[in-house]
Design a protein around this ligand. Structure first.
Ligand code: COA
Length: 260
């Protein structure tokens, strides 16, 4: 599939999706958003892909936000549609049945921070900067940022970053748990591939159930979440992978998962 604003490279079960509008710091215009929806929907059912890495083109930006030239035209009616459409794209990413790793290689502002928040794992380069500067434009984050940021880093910090629009650097993002690791820019993608590769060797049915169970923690009470966890655990117990994984341990050999 050819995209205007995305590059997709699949190798060894890992897809690298690169948002490719470097002259606009990879800002998310509507074309890019619809391409992201299409690409992630396709990757979700692509048997050649187990893990996806999302990054930005160039050395300056991951994604510098929604495209402000499009934002500028919104009104109260189109604004709601705009936010809901964007939320749907990011929900698709969050609910994918395979892991998505954000390799944040520079500015992750506004919608750029929000798309990273929708990914399952976040890694940053040393030059990365995170922020929700929407108040500078007279709006609030509309692609799920008020919800996901609050859940991830707590409401006090989310309030401060959203009220001030201040950017934080990669080390601060690491300190507050917004990213899992910080690497030199030239190592970022290799490190993301290293983590992705590790995941490709596991039973993919179990990985899929893990995503569902962990995502449920944001939606359900602990009791409901544990009921759901038990059902997903039971699904795993009915798989060939479960037989293979447990037998391999007992036989003192490496498992050979068939992902069934
Ligand atoms: N939407 C549309 N265009 C954007 C953009 C965005 N969110 N962010 C950057 N660009 C464009 C600039 O307009 C500029 O285009 P031009 O060369 O045609 O004029 C180009 O990308 C380079 O950006 P520039 O501002 O010149 O780079 P900089 O290094 O001086 O500043 C930023 C970098 C990220 C600090 C600055 O671009 C910025 O503040 N961007 C907007 C961030 C934002 O508010 N995002 C939230 C939107 S909800």
């Amino acid at each position: 599939m050819d995209y205007q604003n995305l590059l997709i490279n699949v190798k060894d079960k890992i897809a690298v999706v690169t948002i490719n509008r470097p002259d606009k710091l990879n800002a998310l215009n509507s074309k890019t958003m619809s391409e992201l929806k299409e690409a992630f929907t396709e990757l979700n059912t692509n048997n050649e892909v187990y893990v996806i890495i999302l990054t930005g083109s160039g050395e300056k930006a991951f994604v510098a936000g929604a495209d402000i030239s499009e934002l500028n035209k919104l009104n109260m009616i189109s604004g709601k549609e705009f936010a809901e459409k964007g939320q749907d794209v990011f929900n698709t990413i969050e609910n994918l049945n395979k892991p998505v790793i954000a390799a944040v290689n520079g500015f992750a502002l506004g919608g750029g921070c929000e798309i990273a928040l929708a990914c399952h794992i976040r890694l940053a380069s040393e030059n990365a900067k995170f922020g929700q500067p929407e108040v500078n434009l007279g709006i609030i984050p509309g692609y799920g940022g008020t919800q996901r940021l609050t859940r991830l880093i707590n409401s006090g910090r989310a309030m401060e970053y959203i009220f001030t629009g201040d950017m934080i650097d990669a080390n601060e993002a690491f300190r507050i748990g917004l990213v899992n690791h910080v690497y030199p820019l030239n190592e970022l993608l290799n490190k993301a591939v290293e983590i992705a590769k590790k995941i490709t060797y596991k039973g993919q049915v179990a990985i899929k159930q893990s995503i569902k169970a962990i995502n449920a923690a944001n939606e359900m009470s602990s009791k409901e979440g544990q009921n759901y966890e038990a059902s997903l655990f039971a699904i795993c117990c009915g798989t060939e992978d479960f037989k293979e994984g447990t037998s391999a341990f007992l036989d003192k050999r490496k498992p050979n998962f068939k992902n069934r």
